[in-house]
Design a protein around this ligand. Structure first.
Ligand SMILES: Cc1ncc(COP(=O)(O)O)c(C=O)c1O
Length: 519
């Protein structure tokens, strides 16, 4: 018995039209029953009612829901009946009529328009971002490397990331802080994380800062965007290195900044400028390890840069993206640490130290800029995930961060040595390696410049994909070279890739016309 009863009830509930959008105005001149009639009619006119959802609520339910008398409802419904919008089924209720009035059928029918083929309207801001990619090329991320492709620059060994430790710490912080980690949270970032990072940066990067100067961000790109938006007006000038990390140029263009490329010499960014050149308001540099050339900025250039910034009221944006991985000589302190004039905006990221997908980074801002940075973050996306921030804080305070860096430095040093040795053996006839003191990439200069296009073609065919150095150049006219990554692959994989490349190049040498024809 209860079973039989529950079935039709269920069906009825599903099929009743809700009329949730009806709003009756008791102060209006129009009588309530007229308002109700008109709004129900208009909703029926939307034409979205199929056989399965064409039942009206009972007059009692409608009256209660809308807070009017049943007679008001009856008046409205009787008019709809009279005009042919509704039909009654004795014992079942009131339904939308099967054959609707002529006016009802035609009233709001969408007009058929001739399709107009015109290009989508895209903002100047989007157009101004220098990015030739299209469609799913964006889905491969900044490195453009699909799975299975090897020796791509800038990729860390994410398979060495201690997932089990991270998961344990994540569970611990969730158990301890519970729902507090599920709420909107600080725009500055988790306070424990800011304390832990300040201690780490002072001890290991020679920085001079306190937790109040730190703003947690979603990686280096966001650090750049926030900094540019906070200290530069549209149209003002930022200097960037040339060649440069290509995302820097894109981010600064997004911020509406005029980007001026500056050459790199053996000391780092070249500061000299012609009197016609506008003065920069911000100077983007990678002093620990220039990307992509690998130059470490000399002490003299560091002090010159700081003097220049002080003299011309410019800020220096120090991108310290992979300084932890230095293989030769003692670690060099950050530029921020020798800045006495609050000129340096220092930024770091966990993308290389841990993994890029965490999207966590940090800005150390001169005290007087912090509030503006936080203001922009709050208008942008509020904050990074509190759960991941709290987990990272614990990961650092419990010593896993330092031990992971140490372990990875060792792994990377071994891979780097192995790569250099194998590369010189297998490909030394075609390339000269420029071995940097730090970082996860190595530049290989071509011995025969004319081979560049052929090698580019072959590398993309065989899935061994170093980037052409020219890809990172804006105005710089450098000799042809490729930037190889070595960090994310085991020695066996490195050897396999280099052997594959060497033999593809050898075969190309035997049949030089083949590769060129297929290009
Ligand atoms: C110079 C430079 N800065 C920063 C990053 C990393 O940025 P993010 O923290 O946005 O992943 C990279 C990655 O390759 C880089 O080459």
């Amino acid at each position: 018995m209860p079973k039989r009863k529950s079935r039709p009830q269920k069906r009825r509930r599903r099929s009743v039209i809700a009329f949730e959008m009806i709003r009756l105005d008791r102060t209006a001149m129009e009588p309530l029953h007229e308002q109700l009639y008109r709004q129900i009619r208009d909703e029926l006119k939307s034409g979205k009612f199929s056989e399965g959802s064409s039942r009206l609520p009972s007059s009692r339910v409608l009256a209660t829901d809308r807070g009017v008398s049943r007679s008001t409802v009856r008046l409205a419904l009787s008019k709809l009946h009279a005009e042919g919008y509704l039909r009654s089924k004795p014992g079942s209720g009131t339904f939308v009529a099967n054959l609707l009035p002529e006016s009802f059928l035609t009233a709001d029918q969408p007009k058929t328009y001739q399709p107009i083929h015109r290009p989508a309207r895209i903002s100047d801001r989007a157009r101004a971002i220098p990015d030739k990619r299209a469609g799913n090329q964006f889905d491969l991320g900044a490195t453009g490397a699909g799975p299975g492709v090897s020796l791509v620059a800038s990729i860390p060994a994410v398979d060495e990331f201690p997932i089990a430790v991270w998961e344990r710490l994540r569970a611990q912080v969730l158990a301890k802080k519970g729902v507090n980690l599920l709420r909107y949270s600080s725009n500055r970032g988790d306070v424990d994380l800011r304390k832990a990072l300040a201690a780490y940066l002072c001890d290991f990067r020679g920085a001079r800062c306190g937790p109040d100067q730190i703003v947690i961000v979603a990686g280096m790109q966001q650090a750049m965007l926030i900094s540019a938006m906070a200290v530069l007006n549209r149209g003002e000038t930022a200097w960037i290195e040339d060649p440069c990390y290509q995302q820097t140029r894109r981010v600064l263009s997004l911020a509406g900044v005029k980007v001026v490329p500056k050459a790199i010499d053996t000391h780092g960014i070249v500061i000299a400028r012609s009197p016609k050149e506008p003065l920069p308001r911000m100077i983007y540099v990678t002093p620990s390890h220039q990307f992509p050339l690998g130059v470490t900025m000399s002490f003299q250039r560091r002090t010159d840069l700081l003097d220049f910034a002080r003299a011309h009221d410019a800020y220096i944006f120090e991108d310290d993206y992979d300084a932890e991985f230095r293989f030769v000589g003692p670690p060099l302190p950050s530029l921020q640490g020798i800045d006495n004039a609050n000129r340096v905006i220092y930024a770091g990221t966990v993308s290389k130290i841990l993994c890029p997908s965490l999207r966590l980074g940090y800005i150390v801002a001169p005290g007087q800029l912090v509030d503006s940075f936080v203001k922009i973050r709050s208008a942008m996306d509020q904050h990074s995930s509190p759960i991941e921030q709290a987990t990272l804080a614990r990961f650092i305070t419990e010593g896993f961060f330092l031990s992971h860096i140490k372990r990875m430095r060792k792994i990377y040093a071994e891979r780097r040595d192995f790569f250099i040795k194998q590369f010189n053996e297998l490909l030394g006839d075609r390339f000269t390696l420029q071995v940097p003191e730090a970082g996860l990439n190595i530049v290989a200069w071509l011995k025969r410049e004319e081979d560049f296009e052929m090698i580019k073609h072959i590398t993309s065919e065989i899935g061994v994909r170093p980037s052409g150095l020219s890809f990172f150049c804006i105005q710089a006219k450098l000799k042809p070279a490729f930037v190889f990554g070595f960090a994310a692959w085991t020695p066996t994989q490195i050897r396999e890739s280099l052997v594959k490349l060497a033999s593809a190049l050898r075969n190309q040498g035997k049949h030089p016309s083949q590769g060129r024809q297929s290009r």
